[in-house]
Design a protein around this ligand. Structure first.
Ligand code: SAH
Length: 233
């Protein structure tokens, strides 16, 4: 049972929030028949590997009082949608380079009655140079988008000075953090703590990497679309 997992992780959840998470599962599985949104369709596995994994962060960091959050490369809405359901007061911007995924999430968010949430279609390499988005976010979250060096280049331009980049990783977290040292420094960041945990009900190792944005990102970064991936800093 999903509620057991939540209590194992010591995450309090209201019946209203739980119901919204369940409804999101239903909507996503229905759409998954015509669009590739997730390979995980079993209810229990979905709840563990998508929902709980998206929310495990709340044990280490609270979004209460955080004004603006971006979820970069949200795909089927993770971790953005579960976090939005959990923190209704915070404004969320979900970004992806595939428009049809975003249009589905937008429709689902409307059906769930979520507000203070917006959807931006584009590539991080371009959007991060747009004044509308550059250095405008308090926190940026991202899961399963790229290796940490590449992801740091894609992400830090969106974050305000004094803000935070929170990267969801698996077992390779520690190694990726070491390899990303140069990218973090170049982009105006500073490595922070790394938290390791196991998802309940299986041996899935996870890590959460905290990177502080301490200085402004130089104007030349991120580089052109595709370059951060091909030639990581
Ligand atoms: N965060 C989701 C999806 C991961 S798949 C999850 O954890 O389940 C990676 C997603 O990132 C894809 O939907 C892809 O379209 C998007 N993506 C990859 N590179 C991107 C870029 N440069 N800019 C914006 N979105 C990107």
């Amino acid at each position: 049972m999903i509620t057991t997992y939540f209590s194992q992780l010591n995450i309090p959840i209201s019946p209203e929030k739980l119901e919204k998470l369940e409804r999101y599962y239903d909507l996503l599985i229905k759409k998954n028949k015509v669009m590739n949104l997730t390979t995980i369709t079993d209810h229990d596995e979905f709840m563990r590997k998508h929902i709980l994994d998206s929310l495990a962060v709340v044990r280490y960091f609270s979004f209460d009082g955080v004004e603006k959050v971006m979820d970069l490369g949200t795909g089927g809405g993770f971790p953005g949608i579960p976090l939005k359901i959990f923190f209704p007061e915070t404004e969320f911007t979900l970004v992806d380079s595939v428009n049809k995924k975003l249009r589905f999430i937008e429709e689902a968010a409307r059906e769930l009655g979520l507000d203070k949430i917006s959807f931006v279609h584009g590539r991080a390499e371009d959007l991060a140079h747009d004044d509308l988005y550059r250095e405008k976010y308090d926190v940026l979250v991202s899961r399963a988008v790229a290796n940490l060096s590449t992801l740091t280049e894609l992400s830090l331009g969106f974050i305000k000075q004094g803000g935070l980049f929170l990267s969801y990783k698996g077992v390779t977290g520690e190694e990726e953090l070491k390899e990303a040292a140069k990218a973090i420094n170049t982009m105006g960041g500073e490595p922070g703590r790394l938290e390791k945990y196991d998802l309940p009900g299986g041996d899935d190792q996870r890590s959460l990497i905290f990177i502080k944005k301490t200085k402004k990102t130089p104007k030349t970064y991120p580089r052109k679309a595709g370059v951060p991936n091909k030639k990581p800093l």
